[in-house]
Ligand binder design. Structure first.
Ligand code: SF4
Length: 403
C-alpha cells in the first residue's frame, strides 16, 4: 500500500513544536501573520487557527461551539473562532490528548493580520481582554487587483510599528540581522513547500490535497525556523523519489481535481477515500497554496514581508483570484474544480458571487459547489455531498470519453 513515510517525522516535528513553549516568551499570531518578525524577538509562536483545525480534525467542534455561543458568539461566525473560544471556556483541548499539553500556552503578546478576514481581530481581542495581554494588528487594504506602491508603503509601515510593541513584550531589542535570518529561513521553507505541492503535477501524484493539509503543519506553525526547512527537505526528497519510481496515491488516475476553499477538517479521511475509490486525485488547492510566499526578500525585510502577506489569494479581488485559479488549472492539468462553500467562512468561499460559473464559462472546466464547513459538521450533509461528488466525477469521466 502506498504510504508517505515522512508522516512519522511530521508527528515528531509537531510534537517538539508543542513542547517548545515551556519557559519561553509566547506570541500568538494569525496563520498568515508576521511570524518571522515575532521569531526575530525570540518569541515561540502559537497559532490559534492551528488549534481550531485540530479541533475540527478531531471532531470536537460540536462539543465546544455551544460554550462560545453562550458567550455571545454567533454560531454563524468562523467555526475556528467559536470552537477555539468554546474549548478555552470549557477548559478542554485536543492538545491534551495529542501533545500532552494541559492547556494552550499563555500569551505575552497577541498579533494578528486582517489580510484574511476581520474575524481574527475579534477572536484575538477576546483573548487580549481575558489575559489582559498587549495586542497589535496589521490592517492591510483588502480585495486588491494588485498591490501597488502606496499599499505597500502603508503595510510596511504597519510592520515597522510592531517593533516597539515586540521589544516591550519580549524585553529584547530589535536586531535587523536576526529578522533577515528568520525571513530567509521562512523563504527557504516556503520554496520547499511549493516544490512539495508541485510534485502533484506528476501522474499519478505522490500526494493529494488531503495529504497536503496534514503536511502543511510546519509551514504554518514553524515558518522562520530551521526545523521547517529540514522537514520540507525530507518530505520533498521522499515525494520526488516516489515520482521518479512512478509511485503515487493512485494506480489508475482517471481525473484530476482542484479544491477551492477551506478543508472540511472532520471529513478529511472520508473525502480522501471517496476520491481514491473513484480513481480521482485532488491534486491542488487554493488552501495549501496559501502558504507560498515567493516575495520574501531578506534584503528588503519589511517591504517584502508586507508584499508577501498582502498578496495572498484570500486578500485579492475576484478577478485576481480567477487569474490564479486559471494558472493552477493549467499547471496541474485539472479536469474539474470543486468549490467548498464553507458556511462559517465567508472569506474563503469563492462561489458566493458566481466565480465558479465565470470560471466554467471561461475555461470550459466543469465545476461543483459542495456545501459544508471547516469545523462545524452540522452544516455538512455527508450523504448528499457524496452523491454530488460521485455524480460530478462520473460526468467528468464521460466527458473525457466523449472527447
Ligand atoms: S479566513 Fe475564514 S476560517 Fe480563517 S479565521 Fe477567517 S473566517 Fe475563520
Amino acid at each position: 500500500m502506498y504510504q508517505i513515510k515522512s508522516t512519522a517525522l511530521l508527528k515528531q516535528v509537531m510534537r517538539e513544536y508543542f513542547q517548545s513553549f515551556e519557559g519561553r516568551k509566547v506570541a500568538w499570531c494569525t496563520s498568515v501573520g508576521p511570524a518571522e518578525l515575532l521569531r526575530a524577538f525570540g518569541f515561540e509562536v502559537y497559532f490559534p487557527e492551528n488549534h481550531g483545525a485540530l479541533i475540527g480534525a478531531t471532531r470536537m467542534a460540536e462539543r465546544f461551539i455551544p460554550a462560545a455561543t453562550k458567550a455571545g458568539f454567533s454560531g454563524h461566525v468562523c467555526s475556528y473562532t467559536t470552537s477555539d473560544i468554546g474549548a478555552f471556556l470549557s477548559g478542554d483541548s485536543p492538545l491534551r490528548k495529542h501533545y500532552g499539553m494541559e492547556e494552550v500556552p499563555r500569551p505575552d503578546l497577541i498579533v494578528y493580520n486582517t489580510n484574511q478576514c476581520r474575524e481574527v481581530e475579534d477572536w484575538f481581542h477576546f483573548y487580549a481582554r481575558h489575559f489582559k495581554c498587549p495586542i497589535a494588528g496589521i490592517h492591510p487594504p483588502r480585495h486588491l487587483h494588485e498591490v501597488g506602491s502606496e499599499e505597500l508603503r502603508l503595510v510596511a509601515a504597519q510592520f515597522e510599528q510592531l517593533i516597539p510593541v515586540c521589544e516591550q513584550a519580549s524585553g529584547v531589542r530589535f536586531d535587523i540581522d536576526r529578522y533577515r535570518e528568520t525571513l530567509r529561513l521562512s523563504q527557504e521553507a516556503t520554496g520547499l513547500w511549493q516544490q512539495v505541492l508541485r510534485t502533484a503535477i506528476a501522474s499519478p501524484p505522490p500526494l493529494s490535497f488531503f495529504d497536503g493539509v496534514i503536511h502543511m503543519g510546519p509551514i504554518v506553525v514553524l515558518r522562520g525556523t530551521q526545523q521547517a526547512v529540514d522537514y520540507y527537505q525530507a518530505l520533498l526528497a521522499e515525494l520526488s523519489a516516489h515520482v521518479a519510481e512512478g509511485k503515487g496515491i493512485l494506480k489508475k488516475e482517471q481525473s484530476r481535481i482542484f479544491w477551492d476553499g477551506m478543508p472540511i477538517w472532520g471529513k478529511i479521511r472520508m473525502l480522501s477515500d471517496l476520491f481514491l475509490q473513484n480513481n480521482s486525485a485532488v491534486v491542488a488547492s487554493t488552501y495549501c497554496n496559501s502558504w507560498i510566499f515567493e516575495d520574501f526578500d531578506e534584503q528588503h525585510p519589511f517591504e517584502s514581508a508586507a508584499l508577501a502577506y498582502t498578496r495572498i489569494f484570500i486578500n485579492l479581488s475576484e478577478d485576481a483570484k480567477m487569474k490564479m485559479l486559471k494558472k493552477w488549472i493549467g499547471e496541474f492539468r485539472i479536469d474539474g474544480v470543486i468549490f467548498h462553500d464553507s458556511k462559517t467562512c465567508f472569506h474563503n468561499s469563492n462561489s458566493r458571487f458566481g466565480m465558479h460559473l465565470r470560471l466554467k464559462e471561461e475555461t470550459g472546466i466543469p465545476v461543483l459547489v459542495v456545501e459544508g464547513d471547516l469545523c462545524d459538521l452540522r452544516f455538512f450533509s455527508e450523504g448528499q455531498s457524496v452523491t454530488k461528488i460521485e455524480t460530478f466525477l462520473e460526468q467528468i469521466e464521460s466527458r473525457m470519453y466523449a472527447h
